[in-house]
Design a protein around this ligand. Structure first.
Ligand code: T4K
Length: 368
């Protein structure tokens, strides 16, 4: 008998009874969106939990990214990675900005900071790196480059909710950081996202921009957008926050079990924890090289025959999609490492309720 499907992730939901209590409050108040009580409380609690100064909630991570670029008035060219979810580069495109792709460093799958300087031109205004799979970028080195060339840094921290370096939130680095709370993320509000900022003036500008640019009833300070999170999402998020640490512990256990079982499997590489980093174990990518008897796609589809649906995050590279492949920086010779890794990766299923017996079964298939 074939087992039920196991997907790359399964969203974690709050306790339904508790959520109903919040829903009743919303029903009674008739306050559904536009900076309601749950929204205000969620922003405050998130800032406290993450250890950051200001959180601005958004309807989703993509709108947070698009808006973050507007907040800092970024234009011209922005240096970024081709090894990410398409939303990273799409946010640039929606702002009329030209992405300039820089290759990655295969150990972490993050942008290779050593290659950033060579990509800077007089049109460069910012760097948009991604903490891929929640692995922190080389934040100090990136900051040094940004300071020398007068560039802004916006981190796409969509995968990095709760990640810390030396006990300091990853979201405290850069001029702004964006988070995603999509259903598939380690922390979800169904859809949702946030911009993390470090001073009151910037927080204000973000909040104006996500609400059409309104500063008050009769003042529109900029052509803003509607990117607000609603009260239902915020109430749901508050409940999620209470149990997030437990969920990370469960993910960590699963991650460690995968590593233990896959240890020594020829042709299969996986990522190690980084010293001084508190990881969130959002993803469990493996990289299949020539020493493995099958190529990546053969293993990917073999797993599917057993009803196991990993995902090839991130294949193809963003630079290979029609909108971007004509750009000079999209040429393969510029992105050799990213190309190689994108042909090796499979993200294996990981979520708090994943049974360790299923992890065992997945590893048995990989090793057989
Ligand atoms: N920057 C980065 C680096 C990102 O990775 C993302 C999003 C963003 C920015 C943008 O943030 P948002 O605007 O999304 O907040 C998923 C997500 O839709 C996307 O949020 C995420 N990155 C990306 C890496 O993954 P898909 O197209 O792979 O998702 P989908 O629908 O195929 O779901 C994957 C699996 O999850 C399904 O096979 C089954 C399971 N699933 C999914 C959903 C939605 C469930 O069990 N229940 C569900 O409700 O993009």
């Amino acid at each position: 008998m074939i087992s039920p499907p196991i997907f790359v992730t399964q969203p974690d939901l709050p306790d339904l009874e508790e959520f109903i209590i919040s829903l009743k409050k919303i029903w009674n108040s008739k306050w559904l969106t536009n900076n309601g009580e749950f929204h205000q409380e969620f922003e405050k609690e998130l800032a406290e939990y993450l250890g950051v100064k200001y959180v601005s909630l958004f309807a989703n991570g993509t709108l947070a990214l698009v808006s973050a670029l507007q907040v800092l008035r970024i234009s011209g060219e922005v240096i970024t990675t081709p090894y990410s979810f398409v939303a990273t580069t799409h946010a640039l495109w929606w702002n009329g900005i030209t992405p300039v792709f820089v290759d990655i460093e295969p150990e972490t799958c993050n942008i290779d900071y050593k290659k950033i300087e060579a990509a800077i031109t007089p049109k460069t205004t910012a760097i948009l790196p991604v903490h891929v799979y929640g692995n922190p970028c080389e934040v100090s080195e990136i900051e040094k480059i940004a300071d020398i060339y007068g560039l802004k840094v916006i981190y796409d921290a969509a995968h990095a909710f709760g990640v810390k370096i030396d006990n300091n939130s990853i979201s405290n680095y850069g001029d702004l950081s964006i988070l995603s709370f999509h259903a598939t993320k380690s922390f979800n509000t169904i859809e949702g996202g946030a911009i993390i900022s470090h001073d009151e003036k910037t927080k204000k500008r973000i909040d104006y921009l996500k609400n059409f640019g309104f500063a008050d009833e009769v003042t529109v300070v900029a052509p803003g957008i509607n990117a607000k999170m609603n009260e239902l999402q915020a109430a749901y998020g508050l409940l999620q926050l209470k149990k997030f640490e437990d969920k990370i512990e469960k993910r960590k256990k699963i991650s460690e079990f995968y590593r233990e079982l896959l240890k020594g499997t020829k042709g299969i590489r996986y990522m190690k924890d980084i010293e001084n980093v508190k990881h969130n174990y959002a993803y469990f990518p493996i990289f299949v090289d020539d020493n493995y008897p099958l190529n990546r796609d053969e293993l990917y589809f073999k797993l599917q025959e057993h009803n196991i649906y990993g995902r090839r995050y991130f294949y193809p590279l963003i630079s290979e999609f029609p909108a971007y492949r004509g750009l000079p920086s999209a040429r393969t010779s510029n992105l050799m490492k990213a190309k190689e890794v994108s042909h090796q990766v499979i993200c294996l299923p990981i979520y708090p309720d994943l049974d360790l017996k299923d992890v065992e079964r997945i590893c048995r298939i990989i090793k057989s």
